[in-house]
Design a protein. Structure first.
Lengths: 114, 111
């Protein structure tokens, strides 16, 4: 399968714990995005990487959230000291980059904070 | 403030009919607009892109229109099938890499 993959697919954690999600983009894509989606809403932009450089972070991304993309390949999104409000689907997408952004999404990681 | 609004109600239609979904936006000047399909528990899948200088785009049974004066896009599924049942998301380009998504419209096609 050459699509975007995300792991784990589901994560249940207790409030206050740290969690880390991984995204493997399509190999030739140099752009990588993280989104958050809650029930009944569309995906909300969190952050964007061009190769290994993180070029934009949404105000939604509090200081408890950190994302990395070492060597411009896979990416990780870490949430520290999770809160119940962090419960959501976390989506990763990748793209070639260029004038028109067609983004290819992974299946998402569903996080439940108890 | 910037806003993207899609049909507020879910759409229930009979197989074979045409489904028409709307996407209205305010305080955006998108260079292009995209439509994605999302099935429950899965990530969105790209369907169609239409540029600001294009009025209409087609792909198989799908048709998209884009009116930058009305600030509206219409998405049509003709000869609908139960397999078309899903949530459809409208996404606007904010700049050359960023997309802003609407909340989506859920379509159910009855056999």
């Amino acid at each position: 399968d050459t699509g975007v993959s995300q792991n784990p697919r589901h994560k249940i954690t207790k409030r206050g714990q740290n969690v880390t999600f991984r995204c493997d983009p399509i190999s030739e894509h140099n752009r990588l995005y993280w989104y958050r989606q809650t029930l009944g809403q569309g995906p909300e932009f969190l952050t964007y990487f061009q190769n290994e450089a993180q070029l934009e972070k949404s105000r939604l991304l509090s200081d408890r959230f950190s994302a990395e993309r070492p060597k411009g390949s896979f990416s990780t999104l870490e949430i520290q000291r999770t809160e119940q409000g962090d419960s959501a689907m976390y989506l990763c997408a990748s793209s070639f980059g260029g004038a028109e952004e067609t983004q290819y999404f992974g299946p998402g990681t569903r996080l439940l904070v108890l | 403030s910037q806003k993207i609004e899609q049909n507020s109600e879910a759409l229930n239609i009979q197989e074979g009919k045409t489904a028409t979904l709307t996407c209205n936006y305010t305080n955006y000047s998108p260079a292009y607009l995209q439509w994605y399909r999302q099935d429950p528990g899965r990530g969105p899948v790209f369907l169609l892109l239409i540029r600001e200088n294009e009025k209409e785009k087609r792909k198989e049974r799908l048709k998209v229109t884009f009116d930058t004066t009305l600030k509206q896009s219409l998405f049509h599924i003709t000869a609908s099938q139960p397999a078309d049942s899903a949530t459809y998301l409208c996404a606007l380009s904010v700049n050359d890499y960023k997309l802003s998504f609407g909340a989506g419209t859920t379509v159910t096609v009855r056999a």
